[in-house]
Design a protein around this ligand. Structure first.
Ligand code: SF4
Length: 236
C-alpha cells in the first residue's frame, strides 16, 4: 500500500506497509491482507479484548491488537511460533472449559472456534477437561441458548439490542460461574430477524435459531471450503 496523507508506516512480521491513521492493529493488518486471529472482536462493535486471541508483540510486550491503535513506525510481531502457541493454548482452554461436541453441533463447519482449532493444529488439549454442568435454555420461542458451547465472547451482548438500545443478552454470575444469558422477557418477543442475526453473530453454536437446523450439508459450510483467515489473506 502506498503512502498518502492519512497513512502511516508500520511493520508487521518484517513487512513494511502503510496503513490508515487511527485504525487499530487488527484493522490495519486486515487492510493489508494480513490475518490476525480474533474471536470476541466483531466489526462495528466496540472492541473489548475479552478473548486475547489477537495478541501480538510490540517492543517485546504482548498487546491485544483489537484495542491497540497503530502509531508511526510501530513494529509488530504477529505470525510467530511463540504467538501462535499462545493462540493455540487459548483455543485449548476454551475447549476444555466448555462442552464442545463438534460432530453434533449445528454450527460445525461454520464455527470460528472449531476453524481456529484446525488452523492452529489443535490435537488433544494439554489441559484437563472440566466438563461443567450447563443447562440448555430453550424457553424463548425463537432461539435455543446452548450454554455448553458459550465462550462468553460478548458478541451477542454488544450487537443484539432492541430499537431502544436494550440488550437481549447479559452476563450472569462471576468467575468460573459466569454465563451469558438471554433476557427472559425480551427473549419471549424476540423478532425473527434479530434471532437470526444473533445466531449469525455468535462465533460458536451457542445461539441457534429454532426450527431451522442442519439445512446446509456438512462439507459445504464456510470453513469446510477454506481455512479461517484465508478470506483476508486472499483479498490483497
Ligand atoms: S452466546 Fe455466542 S456470541 Fe454470546 S457470548 Fe456466548 S459465544 Fe459469544
Amino acid at each position: 500500500m502506498e503512502k498518502t496523507n492519512n497513512k502511516i508506516r508500520i511493520t508487521i512480521d518484517g513487512k513494511r506497509t502503510y496503513v490508515t491513521k487511527g485504525s487499530t492493529i487488527v484493522e490495519a493488518a486486515k487492510e493489508n491482507g494480513i490475518y490476525i486471529p480474533t474471536l470476541c472482536h466483531f466489526e462495528g462493535a466496540d472492541p473489548k479484548a475479552c478473548c486475547r486471541m489477537c495478541t501480538v508483540k510490540i517492543n517485546n510486550r504482548m498487546m491485544t491488537s483489537c484495542t491497540t491503535p497503530v502509531t508511526e513506525g510501530m513494529e509488530i510481531e504477529n505470525d510467530t511460533e511463540e504467538l501462535n502457541e499462545v493462540r493455540k493454548s487459548i483455543i485449548e482452554l476454551l475447549f476444555v472449559s466448555g462442552n464442545h461436541f463438534c460432530p453434533a453441533c449445528e454450527k460445525s463447519g461454520n464455527c470460528e472456534l472449531q476453524a481456529l482449532a484446525y488452523r492452529y493444529k489443535m490435537l488433544v488439549p494439554r489441559f484437563p477437561y472440566s466438563f461443567p454442568r450447563k443447562e440448555v435454555d430453550a424457553s424463548s420461542p425463537k432461539i435455543i441458548k446452548e450454554q455448553n458451547r458459550c465462550i462468553a465472547c460478548k458478541r451477542c451482548i454488544k450487537t443484539i439490542r432492541d430499537e431502544h438500545g436494550k440488550h437481549y443478552f447479559a452476563y450472569k454470575n462471576r468467575g468460573q460461574h459466569l454465563e451469558v444469558i438471554l433476557d427472559p422477557v425480551l427473549g419471549d418477543t424476540m423478532p425473527d430477524d434479530l434471532a437470526k442475526k444473533a445466531m449469525e453473530n455468535c462465533p460458536v453454536g451457542s445461539i441457534l435459531y429454532k426450527e431451522k437446523g442442519f439445512d446446509q450439508p456438512i462439507g459445504t459450510r464456510k470453513y469446510d471450503k477454506q481455512p479461517i483467515g484465508s478470506e483476508i489473506e486472499n483479498n490483497v
